[in-house]
Every structure is written in structure tokens, then in C-alpha cells.
Design a protein around this ligand. Structure first.
Ligand code: FUB
Length: 323
């Protein structure tokens, strides 16, 4: 599959997190809507209110919409904005992790549980203790440990935290200072809490130097994803205001990760966000763009394309603009 394929045409969907459960592909996207809220740098226009979950048996097969799996009106601690989610399976239960602003307009990460990958999901009464910011991604390592990666700048509020504590007047570091990094923490056995204090997901350049805050073409902005290929850990992410999907490679789930390159060049729209999945011996990049909505940044459409590696394990860059 060298051509990109849009997956759904009757809803706007973004930030697709794809997993194989029970031999099928399940996709956990955000559900974009026309909220009427003007566009701004804090992402207020992304005022999403529910999640639909999709599945397909083949990469080019029919896509099934399983309907509303979780609605903001059923989340007791909800303020607004259901952003990028992810799902993990353990001991017969599926755990949906989602970022949502609480009633004080602070992003927290919530958990909802189901016995089926497509839901419906029942949310817990409170967000995860010590959680903050956005874009949770849960990675299952070969030894059975689950790790959550999270964080996002600007509207994602990551700049308001240092050492897992909220700071006053949170700002990004100066251009020549180390960048802010995503966070990672092992999950507790019951999958409901962090089992440890979240740590920085450090990204270094080819000389082992920490990426700098002013390095907008390479530094982390949002959209963490982790996959393993040939025994190496690939941490991929969006650079936000430079609209690239990049990746960095490490030897363990905590990093440090060494910056390696661009997976996807800019797409139509401001945000870019993805997941990477192996299915039946091939690798795929799930992502989104705003072509079908005529470029409206808050109305995105998820799509999939094959992802290829070079013999040295590097990823072949995909052109975001071509079909
Ligand atoms: O969908 C809302 C936000 O836009 C996501 O959480 C970010 O990663 C960006 O794609």
C-alpha cells in the first residue's frame, strides 16, 4: 500500500492510535467537530466531546464505526476538550487513556475501562493522580511492562510544569536552553496510576547534546508514540509549529533517544499526529490531514500509508502532501 488511504468519510477524525487486538486493527482517534470556537494558539477550537472507535480486518478492508465509546457528559470530572487518546489491553480489560481539561481548565489524563476493545468505556471518577498535559501513548514492552508517554506544548500546557510540579507563569525555556521533553512513567499493575514519578524523555543530537528549545525543526512538541523495531525503541513525535513527524531511537523505554530524522513532512493543516503499527508483516503510519475539509485545521481526517525502513533501521521519509 504505497498510496495513502483516508479511512472514514462521514466524520472528522484525528490523532489515530492504532493497535491490533484479537487479530483486528482497532483505531482510537479524536473526533473533530465544528464547534464554532475561533482558532487560537491554545487550541480552543479543538473542542471535542466524544470518541468513536473504528476497526478493520485488513489494512485495505472495510472500516467499521463502533459508535460513541465515551462521551464527555459521562465523565464526572470533565471540563472540556477530549483530545488524543490511546488504548491498552491487560488481563481481559481494555483501558482507554484520554486527556481532558478538568473543571479548572487544567489538562489531566483520565482512564476508562471496557471488556471490549470497541467499548463502551466506563470512566473512573477522577483523573490519574499526578497526571498533567496531553497525548497519552501506552507502550507494552516485551517483558509485560506498560509505559505511558505524554505531554504537549502550548495548548497542551506542558510548559507549565517542571519536575512534575506546576510552576507559576509557565513558559518555554529560552532558545539556547535544553528543550522541554515528553514524559514517561511505568504504569501500576492495575493500569490506573503511574507506578513511579514521570521522567523526561530525553532526546539528544548526533553528538549526544540535548536538543535545544530553539531547535523547532527537531524538538518535541506533542503526539508521543513508541514502537519497537529490531530490538530498538523508536520514540516518534510532532514538532508542532514546524509541522513535522520526527523520530529518535534508544536502547530502552526510558531513553535517552538519539534524533534520527523525519517520518512525515508537513501535511495540509496545522497539527500532525500519528501512530505506527505492524500488521501481517508490514508497517503502517496512521496519521491525519485537513485536505477533505478544505484545510480547516480543526476538521481533520485520518489516513494510513505503508511505512518502510532502510537496512540500517532508519525510516524512509514520507511526503505529507502527496496522495
Ligand atoms: O486533537 C487535539 C490535539 O491536536 C492533539 O491532542 C494534539 O496532538 C494535536 O493533534
Amino acid at each position: 500500500m504505497k498510496k495513502k488511504r483516508y479511512l472514514v468519510d462521514n466524520l472528522y477524525t484525528a490523532d489515530p492510535a492504532a493497535h491490533v487486538f484479537n487479530g483486528k486493527i482497532y483505531i482510537y482517534p479524536s473526533h473533530d467537530i465544528e464547534s464554532g470556537i475561533p482558532e487560537n494558539d491554545l487550541g480552543d477550537h479543538f473542542d471535542m466531546r466524544d470518541y468513536h472507535i473504528f476497526s478493520m480486518e485488513e489494512i485495505d478492508g472495510e472500516v467499521t464505526d463502533h459508535g460513541v465509546a465515551l462521551d464527555v457528559k459521562n465523565i464526572p470530572w470533565a471540563g472540556r476538550q477530549l483530545w488524543d487518546s490511546d488504548c491498552a489491553f491487560k488481563n481481559g480489560k481494555y483501558y482507554l487513556y484520554f486527556p481532558l481539561k478538568d473543571k479548572t481548565d487544567i489538562f489531566r489524563i483520565g482512564v476508562a475501562i471496557s471488556e471490549k476493545p470497541e467499548g463502551p468505556f466506563k470512566p473512573l471518577d477522577a483523573p490519574m493522580k499526578g497526571s498533567y498535559s496531553i497525548d497519552p501513548c501506552v507502550f507494552l514492552d516485551d517483558d509485560g511492562s506498560y509505559y505511558m508517554y505524554f505531554g504537549g506544548l502550548w495548548g497542551g500546557q506542558l510548559q507549565r510544569y517542571r519536575n512534575n510540579k506546576a510552576i507559576e507563569c509557565g513558559q518555554e525555556p529560552k532558545d539556547d536552553e535544553p528543550a522541554l521533553f515528553a514524559r514517561v512513567a511505568k504504569l501500576s499493575d492495575n493500569m490506573l496510576e503511574f507506578a513511579e514519578e514521570p521522567r523526561d524523555v530525553i532526546i539528544v543530537d548526533e553528538n549526544g547534546e540535548l536538543l535545544k528549545a530553539g531547535d523547532h525543526e527537531r524538538r518535541f512538541f506533542e503526539a508521543s508514540w513508541v514502537h519497537k523495531y529490531n530490538g530498538k525503541y523508536y520514540f516518534s513525535y510532532s514538532t508542532g509549529n514546524t509541522h513535522l513527524l520526527c523520530y529518535a531511537v534508544g536502547d530502552n523505554p526510558y531513553g535517552p533517544f538519539t534524533y534520527k530524522g523525519v517520518i512525515l513532512t508537513p501535511v495540509v493543516g496545522w497539527t500532525t499526529h500519528h501512530s505506527i503499527l505492524e500488521f501481517k508483516g508490514k508497517w503502517y503510519l496512521f496519521h491525519h490531514d485537513c485536505k477533505p475539509s478544505g484545510g480547516k485545521t480543526w476538521l481533520r481526517s485520518m489516513k494510513v500509508v505503508e511505512l518502510e525502513y532502510n537496512p540500517d533501521g532508519s525510516i524512509k521519509t514520507i511526503d505529507g502532501m502527496t496522495d
